[in-house]
Design a protein around this ligand. Structure first.
Ligand SMILES: [Zn+2]
Length: 299
């Protein structure tokens, strides 16, 4: 159900087999542990908790939410003894959009019947917040672009970065900002890291980091070109429809096959971010183009 990897001494990552290859992390101290994100399904959150509290035999004292999207923060409820840490905006989004979409999901999916939104008790907005866990220093800092509230967690001694969704196999900017994501990716590239734990997908090793940054920046530059080209036409959506993930330099099998759909949404959202309106289509069909950001906000 979840894949577990030991990244360094007392540092683990987890990846979902069920939903969009979403990841979580844990840093284990002598007396207590910290987890980073909570995965998509309650059974997965509980599997992480059991591993830490039953097998490693330490309680989870802190939960860091990298951002407010469901597949990163809805598991807070399963750590009643823990203090939740996040960006101030993550708290605000969970309290508004998060509550509304959880209410909807609970109606449709029994697995979420015991899930409630739990708001972060410690928040920050800028600079850096440090947490000592045994001999390790976790430093948390904003890394926006995928979303405005995304934060990353650096395990300083190991140079391991839990990037949240600032690092994904296919960048996704529907709730964020392309310029912020470009800046965040460039920042990651200069950090001298051993590993990047992406918010979705596989661990990126030291030797792969340069290419990862380069490929993701190229994708963002390519979608910007597509959107600019589309803006010069009467029906921009028609041009966006002709653009495939592959033509922008990425494979459609990424993120459990969701890449083509995420790409389509990226183009539409970027058009709106750049031109302040949704792109018109020649055969406009309300159903086909209905823009429902709730449905995919979990990524
Ligand atoms: Zn996300």
């Amino acid at each position: 159900m979840i894949q577990r990897e030991r990244i360094a001494d007392n540092v683990y990552s987890f990846q979902s087999d069920i939903y969009a290859q979403v990841t979580a992390g844990a840093v284990i101290g002598p007396n207590w542990a910290v987890i980073i994100d909570t995965l998509a399904m309650p059974e997965e959150t509980l599997a992480i908790r059991d591993f830490i509290e039953q097998e490693l035999n330490v309680p989870v004292r802190y939960v860091i939410d990298t951002h407010s999207h469901a597949d990163h923060s809805w598991g807070n409820i399963f750590f009643p003894g823990a203090t939740i840490i996040a960006h101030a905006l993550c708290r605000e989004l969970l309290d508004t959009k998060g509550r509304i979409s959880l209410e909807e999901v609970r109606k449709q999916n029994l697995a979420f019947r015991n899930v409630k939104v739990v708001l972060p008790q410690i928040t920050f907005e800028e600079g850096q917040l440090n947490l000592r866990v045994g001999k390790k220093t976790l430093s948390m800092f904003p890394l926006p672009g995928h979303s405005k509230d995304n934060v990353a967690v650096l395990v300083e001694e190991d140079r391991v970065l839990f990037a949240g969704d600032a690092a994904m196999p296919l960048p996704y900017i529907v709730d964020g900002d392309i310029d912020d994501l470009v800046a965040s990716l460039k920042k990651i590239g200069k950090m001298g890291l051993e590993n990047i734990i992406q918010g979705h997908g596989d661990i990126i090793l030291r030797g792969e980091i340069d290419n990862f940054i380069k490929d993701n920046l190229a994708y963002l530059s390519n979608i910007r070109k597509v959107v600019r080209k589309a803006s010069r036409r009467k029906y921009p959506q028609d041009i966006l429809d002709d653009s495939t993930v592959e033509s922008c330099g990425k494979s459609r099998v990424l993120i459990g096959g969701l890449a083509a759909e995420l790409h389509r949404r990226n183009l539409r959202a970027l058009y709106q971010q750049m031109y302040g309106e949704l792109p018109a289509a020649s055969d406009y069909d309300d159903d086909e183009y209905e823009y429902d950001d709730e449905e995919y906000e979990e990524e």
